[in-house]
Design a protein around this ligand. Structure first.
Ligand code: SAH
Length: 399
């Protein structure tokens, strides 16, 4: 069995406008309304794209007639056929790009396949020590990528015991593609710190791997500081701060199970229990209450869920970011640090900086940008698709 769908002959699609330059520069998506017609073929069928003028082939990819992005481009050299060798080359290139992370042995949890960013449209894969999780983004990728075969390949290559597929779209949690379904969360390390990921039920694939470098940044700033980690999930930033010598860490998340996991991760890292408080609570309630009690922390971290799931929700999301940043600023100690993150791809960095400015000034504070960061090297993105760099992380010192 091949790694991709090769049993049907490619469907031929033709552009109705001149997008060739954009495509050749590496933009991997063609919307259905840019195609002359949408032929009848199943999602995931390989496709050849012809230009709008002379009908010359310009690229190859796969088809998804039910999706606004009707064609995902895999290859901008139309002479290169999408076959098993092509797929294996792409998959191996992605593995090679992670060598730097995996080689040290300090970090065994990382993203292996980042979809379009690895030239593997719609295919996401994360590794947690001896276990991997794969996720396919929609019907096109589900039809095109043959995940059972991909699981065999990565299991062999990375010596994995289990490859699990998360399948929220298909109404079930998922299934084991290789080995057996893990019965408990998987333990892995991040910069030498042990964590667990519930790959079956956890958010994303079990852990927010995209914040790895930013947690390391907080670790470096945390010595002797009191730290408040709001929207903590399973306490990634909290443990990093503790490992960096924070005097006291408070984790706040609305999900009690996340707080339980944060407490567990604190203990797992051998940190003194008296120095961590996990609080299951609504962030806005907690911040409001703390401000009224005049509580202050040396470092405040705000990493909320995406407030803008689509373009229409951007104004509301901007307001929500401003509110949370204002509330966080009110509990940041004089000369303390405020770290704020946004994972909304519809809000770009200038917009997010505007939210920071507005929120901080409403709290009658002024901020100095210490650094601006984003996603780590295992989350590569196409240069031509800037919105794929969704993560923004701004570290500020408040006056
Ligand atoms: N910083 C985390 C990831 C945060 S994800 C890490 O590094 O792992 C966002 C978290 O916000 C989720 O765990 C979710 O449960 C929590 N959350 C969502 N709405 C919330 C609210 N109103 N108050 C507190 N937590 C909330």
């Amino acid at each position: 069995m091949p790694l991709i769908e090769t049993s049907s002959s490619p469907v031929v699609l033709r552009l109705n406008r001149d997008l060739v330059r954009m495509i050749k520069r590496g933009h991997p998506w063609v919307y259905g309304d840019a195609l002359r017609e949408l032929p009848n073929a199943p999602a995931g069928t390989p496709a050849v794209l012809l230009d709008n003028r002379k009908g010359q082939p310009v690229a190859r990819g796969f088809y998804d007639p039910g999706c606004p992005v009707a064609l995902r481009i895999c290859e901008t050299d139309p002479d290169l056929k999408l076959d098993d060798r092509w797929a294996e080359r792409r998959l191996r290139a992605a593995v090679t790009l992670r060598r730097l992370i995996s080689a040290s042995g300090h970090t065994t949890g990382f993203r292996l396949f980042n979809g379009e960013g690895d030239g593997l449209p719609g295919l996401v894969g994360d590794v947690y020590a001896d276990t991997a999780v794969v996720k396919l983004d929609g019907e096109g990728p589900i039809g095109f990528w043959q995940v059972d075969e991909i699981a065999e390949l990565i299991a062999r290559e990375l010596k994995l015991n289990c490859v699990y597929e998360r399948q929220k779209e298909r109404g079930v949690t998922g299934r084991a593609l290789f080995g057996s379904e893990p019965v408990r969360p998987v333990t892995f390390t991040e910069h030498g710190l042990p964590f667990t990921a519930d790959i079956v039920r956890g958010q994303k694939t079990g852990f927010f791997l995209d914040q790895r470098d930013n947690r390391q940044l907080i670790r470096a700033w945390a010595r002797d500081a009191s730290v408040l980690n709001v929207f903590s999930y399973t306490g990634g930033f909290s443990v990093a701060a503790g490992a960096g010598g924070a005097s006291q860490v408070t984790s706040v998340d609305i999900a009690p199970a996340a707080i339980e996991a944060a407490n567990h991760h604190w203990r797992l890292n051998g940190l003194p229990e008296s120095q961590h408080t996990g609080i299951p609570a609504d962030a806005f309630d907690f911040l409001g209450q703390s401000a009224s009690e005049r509580r202050r922390w040396d470092i405040v971290i705000l990493d909320p869920p995406s407030f803008a799931p689509n373009r229409e929700s951007v104004p509301k999301a901007m307001a929500a970011y401003q509110n949370v940043i204002e509330a966080g600023s009110r509990v940041t100690a004089p000369h303390g640090m405020l770290a704020v993150a946004s994972c909304s791809s519809h809000i770009d960095l200038p917009m997010f900086q505007e939210c920071c400015e507005e929120g901080i000034s409403r709290a009658r504070r002024r901020g100095t940008v210490v650094t601006i960061a984003g996603q780590p090297t295992d989350h590569p993105t196409p240069l031509a698709l800037p919105e794929f760099r969704y993560l923004k992380f701004v570290l500020l010192r408040l006056d």
